[in-house]
Write a new protein. Structure first.
Length: 125
């Protein structure tokens, strides 16, 4: 599993699911932070799984279950977010603001690679 590909897919999916909307407010920042936290947990789970000894089937199974749970959490967060901002889903500014807030929040993720952090920082600036 390539963490970079998964991260890119998740961010892209989030951006497409949430296309649109108005100015950045505290609530949007909070929601972006919650989604970023879930994404960070997913990266951590994927890193653990990637580094696990394939011969330790019990550990691999536990880590796969952890990753599955985090992905379920992310799906729920995205759906709640989409429902909450359904009026703004087709507004381009909202999508841009959300993507920027999500990237800012992801910079706090200790499991994000240095290369991805650098890319996110460039996209924010």
């Amino acid at each position: 599993m390539k963490i970079k590909s998964i991260l890119f897919t998740l961010i892209t999916a989030g951006v497409f699911l949430l296309s649109g909307c108005g100015g950045v407010n505290k609530e949007l920042k909070k929601d972006a932070k919650n989604i970023a936290d879930a994404m960070c947990k997913n990266i951590e789970a994927m890193n653990k799984l990637k580094n696990a000894d394939p011969g330790d089937s019990i550990l691999v199974q536990e880590l796969q279950e952890e990753s599955k749970q985090v992905q379920i959490e992310m799906t729920i967060l995205y759906q709640e977010f989409k429902d909450k901002y359904k009026e703004k889903v087709n507004e381009g500014k909202f999508n841009k603001d959300f993507a920027k807030e999500l990237r800012k929040s992801m910079l706090d993720c200790p499991h994000l690679s240095a290369k991805d952090k650098e890319q996110f920082q460039k996209e924010i600036d």
